[in-house]
Each structure stands twice: as C-alpha cells, then as structure tokens.
Write a protein that binds this ligand. Structure first.
Ligand SMILES: [Zn+2]
Length: 314
C-alpha cells in the first residue's frame, strides 16, 4: 500500500476495487499504521482519480474498532452510547460499562452504524481514516463506494504467525503448544465472530447492489459470544482440555462489548451462513495441516507489556 507503483500495477484492468489491505492488531508502531492504512489509501484513491482509471466501485474494509464502546441499555435511560472505560476504572478491576447519563451499570445491546465513532487505538483511528477517505472521495468523484465495518473475522488461512490478531488463531496456537489461552480482564468481554466466507459474501453483495452505496455498513453475524466462551469452544473442538487463564491484565482502550446491528446489511440481502462452532471446526481442520505451530504469543505479550499496551490490575 505504501508503494505507489505496486498499487498502480494492482489496479490494472480492475473495475471493482476490494480494498482489504491494512496493518492490523495491537502493534506499537504508530507511524506504520498511518503510513500503510491512511497514506496508502489516500495514494490509491489519488492514483485512480489522477489517471482516470475505469474503476466503477470501491469497497473498503473498515472495522468495528471504529466504535468507542458497544451500545448499551440503561434501565432508566434506554439506548445509550457509553464512553471508553477509563484506565483507572480497569486498573481497579472494575470492567463494567456504565451509562453515560447516570453512571449505573448497563447491559450490552446491538450497535448501529450511527453510534458515535472514536475507537481509542491507532488501528481504529486509521480504519476511520480509510473509511472517511473512501466515502468522501466517492462523493467528490461520483464513484460508488461502500465501507464494510467487519466484526472479528476468522477462518482458514488466517495467519498463525501474527500473535496480535485473531482470537481463534491465538487460542488454537496456545492450546496446540500445550499452553492455556490467556484472557484479558475476566474473559467476559463479548464479540461477534464472523467467518471469512461470510465476509467475502458481504463484499460481493456490496459490489453488486446499489443499496449500500455511500454508507458505512456493519458486517457480522449479529450474535455475541464471550471471549471465555470462545476459548472453551476452541479447546473442546481441539480435544485439548486446558483451562483458560485470566491473570488480571487488561488493554486500555479495549471495548467491553461489541455486537453489530446488521439490519442495514440484511435489508440489502446479506445473510451470514456459517455458525461459530462450524467455523471453528473448519479453521482447526486447516491449522492441523500446517505442520508444527510455534506459540508466538508468549514473546509478543512480553513486548506488549513493555510498550504499555497491556496493563495489570493493581
Ligand atoms: Zn442511565
């Protein structure tokens, strides 16, 4: 994405761009995120416009990371959009999400696209850049564009060498190397895990319908699973009985709950097909063919502690 000539070559003869390339995860290199994700996307759009390339549509991979916290229901104030939980609160071992009006604990609910954005990680900031650059460029040039806000994506061919992204891949490599999956906070965070095939179907839909043009669109299954639940499902699918470990660590800026409201995509014909248990089986089938799996996570988490991306509860 940083190499203008490589991007130009990739655009040759292309009429629909599916822009999936990005630097991801919780890595400490701030500038690299901005270079790859923000600058890279801007350069690509500039190239298409300046060279009058015959691109008819751009679909960009955005992320649920752009939200600051999942939407919630307060018994008194109904649907609310909580702030990112303060680091001091997490350090005190309180992981709850509070109503922004009355400060009382809230219950998670599905997050619509019009929820406030403002995810507090460099990855999230640059994903928002990509989304806004593409949608704004689309309005300026008259080219149809769609930004798909993916939930946690997993599936065969997900890197087993990147210890920072992909909870299912990380838990698999931990368990296959005889180590317990590590849970941040208490493992009670919830996420929507979406099989890569369903994400691919969403891209094809976005390319072929005009109902989503000009919009950010949540893509996922719409169903939450706790991270502890994911660890248990992976462990049982592998037949490796090792309890997950919560060591009282947390990552500042991480959301507690996030499940997308997928009604915008559904109204355009999107329907996820792969159940989580089935998707995990398919991932494991693939990973077992990959030969020996080294656990990169131990090294990586040491680096994360040093860079203050992972903190301990006091
Ligand atoms: Zn309230």
């Amino acid at each position: 994405m940083r190499d203008r000539d490589a991007v130009r070559a990739a655009l040759e003869g292309v009429n629909v761009v599916f822009h999936q390339a990005a630097y991801g995860g919780y890595m400490p290199e701030m500038a690299k995120y901005v270079h790859v994700n923000s600058l890279g996307t801007a350069q690509m759009l500039e190239t298409i416009r300046d060279e009058n390339l015959p691109v008819e549509k751009v679909v960009v991979a955005s992320s649920q990371a752009v939200y600051r916290e999942g939407a919630a229901l307060c018994p008194e104030h109904g649907l609310v959009f909580p702030e990112t939980r303060p680091t001091e609160q997490l350090a005190a071992g309180d992981f709850s999400v509070r109503c922004p009006v009355c400060g009382e604990p809230s219950e998670p609910t599905a997050t619509p696209e019009d929820a406030p954005v403002g995810g507090e990680m460099v990855y999230a900031i640059t994903k928002m850049d990509q989304e806004r650059l593409v949608l704004t460029w689309g309005r300026q040039t008259g080219t149809p564009t769609v930004a798909l806000r993916y939930s946690c994506t997993y599936g065969p061919r997900q890197s087993v060498f990147n210890p920072y992204t992909g909870v299912i891949a990380i838990f698999c490599t931990r368990l296959l190397s005889g180590n317990p999956p590590i849970l941040y906070e208490d493992g009670g965070q919830t996420r929507d895990l979406c099989f890569v095939g369903d994400i691919a179907r969403a891209n094809l839909l976005a390319a072929t319908t005009d109902k989503l043009d000009g919009l950010p669109v949540n893509i996922g299954t719409g169903r939450p699973t706790t991270i502890r639940g994911v660890a248990e499902m992976v462990s049982s699918a592998l037949g490796i009985d090792i309890e997950p470990l919560a060591r009282g660590e947390f990552r500042p800026g991480e959301m507690r709950h996030l499940t997308p409201d997928i009604s915008r995509a559904s109204a355009a014909g999107y329907a996820p097909e792969v159940e989580l248990s089935d998707g995990i089986e398919r991932y494991i089938e693939w990973i077992k063919k990959q030969g020996s799996i080294r656990d990169y996570f131990a090294e990586a988490e040491e680096a994360l502690r040093e860079k203050r991306i992972v903190h301990e509860v006091k």
